[in-house]
Design a protein around this ligand. Structure first.
Ligand code: BGC
Ligand code: ZN
Length: 360
């Protein structure tokens, strides 16, 4: 079958015919891929920059793709929650089988580090025509959001990070006098798909949201921020005009982008670090350390998501489709054929929010 492959740690990507012997076992389903999303991680893998990438045992290549959407083609014995024709999204990470978190479906909090991730490390991904997966790793997609369900995986990570934030912030009272979050300001650094999803999630929870980038918004970004009620802010204008922050979410991975914003952080505020980037440097003064200490500032690193976060993501997609109309569809800025994928995977085009590959 056709697949998109890389050789981990070597620059390059190709479309080729692969033989991956997978038999349909008990509790499993055969899935025909419908769409796969492309993200920064995929581009990092293609440029050989993700050091933790490695192929599955017995293979010299890795099939890419961790943002999948597929359709059940066939089910094995013992499958109870899926039927032929259902749309499904597969989870990315598969547990180590040893630690308690992995044993209870929270492999996103694996303690041994011996997990694998489809299309990233140790397991073939979903950029291929067909794959077999366990029922427990497949998330059923509600009918009304199947056209945008390729966005589920990136959004699941945002749902998880937000849940962590709200859980940890119960260390004191963080809600406003009227019990909502409407008195709280959030800065989102970076306006790609993850930044946009944080903005939508936090707006839905009531936060005032500022989407930060060091440029003016594109037409689509302007449209989306208006629709969701967030303010797009060009940091080239200086940050004095911004109100103080109760939350900063960095999706850039560039310390130079978020460290200067930290002086605007209020007492008991939080910084979520979500973006990753290699080789970026910035100076951190001890004065900032003092501020972080004196203001009880919380710093949360967050990666990956569990199956329930995928379900949470699908619930948000349903709400937003109803509330924001074509916003989700407009986030998908291009849909390309498999043959065009290597080009798109090698270079991000201007104005892109989310590029997806069509499979069937
Ligand atoms: C994926 C996560 C994964 C992470 C690894 C992200 O792009 O969405 O599921 O855990 O890459 O760094
Ligand atoms: Zn991704």
């Amino acid at each position: 079958m056709k697949a998109i492959t890389i050789k981990p740690n070597i620059i390059g990507v190709e479309v080729r015919d692969v033989v991956v012997k997978e038999t349909l076992g008990r509790g499993q389903a055969l899935i025909r891929t419908v769409m796969t999303g492309i993200c920064g991680t995929d581009r990092g893998l293609v440029s050989g920059k993700i050091s933790f990438a490695y192929p599955p045992e017995g293979f010299s290549f890795l099939i890419l793709g961790h943002e999948g959407l597929g359709r059940v083609e066939e089910i094995g014995d013992g499958v109870t929650t899926l039927k032929k024709g259902d749309y499904v999204v597969p989870v990315v990470r598969r547990g180590c089988g040893q630690c308690l978190n992995c044993k209870i479906g929270r492999q996103d909090f694996c303690e041994t580090g011996k997990f694998v991730e489809a299309g990233i490390r140790g397991k073939h991904g979903f950029m291929r025509e067909l794959f077999v997966d366990d029922e427990k790793y497949l998330v059923k997609v509600p009918e009304e959001v199947k056209d945008v369900a390729v966005l589920t995986e990136p959004l699941s990570n945002v749902v998880k990070a937000t849940e962590e934030l709200l859980f940890i912030q119960r260390r004191m009272i963080w809600t406003c006098e009227d019990s909502t979050f409407e008195c709280r300001n959030a800065y989102i650094v970076g306006t790609g798909p993850i930044g946009t999803f944080f903005a939508m999630t936090l707006r839905t929870l009531g936060f005032q949201v500022y989407l930060l980038n060091k440029r003016e918004p594109s037409e689509t970004e302007r449209y989306i921020s208006e629709k969701i009620g967030a303010e797009f802010y060009d940091t080239k204008l200086g940050i004095d005009k911004l109100p103080d922050a109760d939350l900063i979410v960095d999706t850039s991975g560039v310390p130079e982008a978020f460290l200067p914003l930290m002086k605007k952080m209020r007492h008991n505020s939080a910084l979520i670090l979500f973006g990753t980037m290699e080789g970026e440097k910035a100076e951190m003064m001890s004065d900032l350390v003092t501020e972080i200490v004196e203001k009880n500032i919380l710093i949360i690193g967050s990666v990956n998501a569990s199956k329930k976060d995928f379900q949470g993501a699908l619930n948000y997609l349903s709400i937003w489709k109803y509330r924001y109309g074509d916003v989700l569809n407009r986030m998908i800025t291009s849909k390309v054929e498999v043959e065009e994928a290597p080009e798109v995977l090698s270079k991000k085009v201007k104005g892109e929010i989310k590029a997806v590959i069509k499979w069937s």
